[in-house]
Design a protein around this ligand. Sequence first.
Ligand code: ADP
Ligand code: MG
Length: 250
Amino acid sequence: MVHADQVHKSFGAVEVLKGVDLRVRPGEVCCVLGPSGSGKSTLLRCVNHLEKINAGRIWVDGDLIGYAERGGRLHELREKEVAAQRRAIGMVFQRFNLFPHMTALDNVVEAPVRVRGEKRSVVRDRAAALLERVGLGDKVGNYPAQLSGGQQQRVAIARALAMEPKLMLFDEPTSALDPELVGEVLDVMKNLAADGMTMVVVTHEIGFAREVGDSLIFMDAGVVVESGAPREMIANPRHERTKAFLDKVL
Ligand code: ADP
Ligand code: MG
């Protein structure tokens, strides 16, 4: 579902991704660990073309992201074509950024109606079902300010799912939450994984990575230092940098 091949990304003179490879099979959960500034968010942002890469290739479900390959040369896709690719990829951020003046239900309804031109009445039913699925069936009429951080993040997940993505990217989805609210969001993600969603999850929740992850990558300073099966890697990290990081977060 995701194939990143030697991805390089610089901001000005600073190279932030120095040849990153990533492979995620359909239905797999790939967790990404690494210290602050190692390039995790940038990698996710490159996958859905929020950032343009400087070298390398990224495919999502067989589609080359941001470019078309013709006669051995790469041509940049037009904005419309990029938008179409992006629609197939859901993203959940640390900050949920719900529309404050809209109910939970309307937050979920908005994108499919605006972006895909779907009929509001049809989307409302799907949105209600999604909110039910994330455990918020009784909060459809609440505004973000009337919801806890964990509930807001679950609305944000439902909002991403409303676009029926084939891939979900999570960037530290529980880092902004009070500790007692982390579990309810991880549970929703765990259920999503059990339902077969392909997910790339940047997280410091080692328990989640161990229990739900099919693969784990550890990034440091713009490179993948180590990757493998989560349990094995967490129990026996091969690289000193992985070990030092795990010692700090465990
Ligand atoms: P992580 O998510 O692992 O903490 P990031 O991908 O956010 O790391 O950032 C990696 C590096 O890239 C950091 O040094 C950060 O300052 C830099 N960086 C990220 N985005 C930008 C940007 N838009 N402009 C300049 N530098 C950036
Ligand atoms: Mg980040």
